[in-house]
Design a protein around this ligand. Structure first.
Ligand code: C2E
Ligand code: MG
Ligand code: MG
Length: 270
């Protein structure tokens, strides 16, 4: 276990200092020069079988080095480039995973993180629709992840827009559950297809297993499935399995992989 190649993404102090100099022109150039890439982190069921992947963006900058998303996403979000970026990631990820499913005769799900800012864009729904139609994507395999960790004021509006996306047969995951505001009251009304329990809870599972077990029961009680994020240890995986956690994700199973690494793993699993 613990496959993958994400160690270089551990951010160093030097990189943070460098990152402070990044400006909008760098982002513009990075988009022009195709410097953003997609990595895929597998999600596994209780048997350890890959049943889905989460698309995670990376910026390979010749000028600054490897910049992780928690540095470049806020920069994108502050600019209008977020829309172009997000469409590009969504489209490429859909195309690649559809290709992988065909090539390996599998049916894994793809989830793509969508910034809540995206919902302010009136074209959002149509952009998604066009990408799906233009590339003949089977929406049954596609999900979007919306994070709870963002201070969302217009949550009612977002829920309406999420509902429209769901009508296209796209699944909706609630990411980073437990870190944010507001969403608990929407858990039972909206019925997210999947709720992802944040790594910060999984890290402390030994200290308070009953709490995690109750969280899982609560999520199940509203009809959603549970993903536990950031599993790094075998004991955590065992505990979660015994608590009927449906799906697991974390370095213990797989780190984020580039497309060729993922294809290789899926091909060998046939
Ligand atoms: P997230 O969606 O909650 O993704 C999970 C993050 O935890 C990823 O970090 C992943 O590499 C990391 N992770 C997974 N398993 C483990 C583990 O066992 N241990 C540890 N220490 N970390 C683990 P990453 O790739 O740096 O992404 C950070 C956040 O940036 C993501 O959190 C997501 O909110 C955002 N993000 C990444 N790509 C995109 C994107 O294309 N669009 C948007 N809007 N946000 C993105
Ligand atoms: Mg996510
Ligand atoms: Mg998360």
């Amino acid at each position: 276990m613990g496959n993958g190649a994400d160690d270089k993404w551990t951010i160093t102090k030097d990189m943070v200092t460098d990152c402070n100099n990044i400006d909008i022109k760098d982002i513009e150039k990075a988009l022009e020069n195709n410097e953003f890439k997609i990595y895929y982190q597998p999600l596994v069921d209780s048997q350890g079988t890959i049943i889905g992947v989460e698309a995670l963006s990376r910026w390979f900058s010749p000028k600054y080095g490897n910049i992780p998303p928690n540095v470049f996403m806020p920069l994108l979000e502050q600019s209008n480039y977020i829309y172009q970026f997000q469409n590009m990631i969504f489209e490429l990820a859909c195309i690649q995973i559809q290709h992988l499913n065909k090539a390996t005769n599998s049916n894994i799900k793809l989830s793509v993180n969508i910034s809540p800012i995206q919902f302010k864009n009136d074209n959002f729904k149509n952009d998604i629709k066009n990408i799906i139609n233009n590339n003949n994507i089977n929406t049954n395999c596609i999900a979007i992840e919306i994070t709870e960790s963002y201070p969302i004021n217009e949550i009612e509006d977002i829920i309406i827009k999420l509902d429209e996306i769901r009508k296209m047969d796209i699944k909706i995951y609630l990411d980073d559950f437990g870190t944010g505001y507001n969403t608990i009251k929407y858990l039972s009304d909206f019925k997210f297809d999947i709720v992802k329990i944040d790594k910060s809870f999984i890290d402390k599972i030994n200290e308070n297993p009953d709490f995690i077990s109750s969280l899982i029961k609560m999520i199940h009680s509203v009809g959603s499935k549970v993903v536990s994020e950031g599993i790094e240890k075998k004991e955590q995986a065992e505990l979660l399995k015994n608590m009927s956690c449906d799906i697991m994700q974390g370095y213990f199973f797989y780190k984020p992989l580039n497309f060729n690494q993922l294809l290789l793993i899926m091909t060998n699993n046939i």
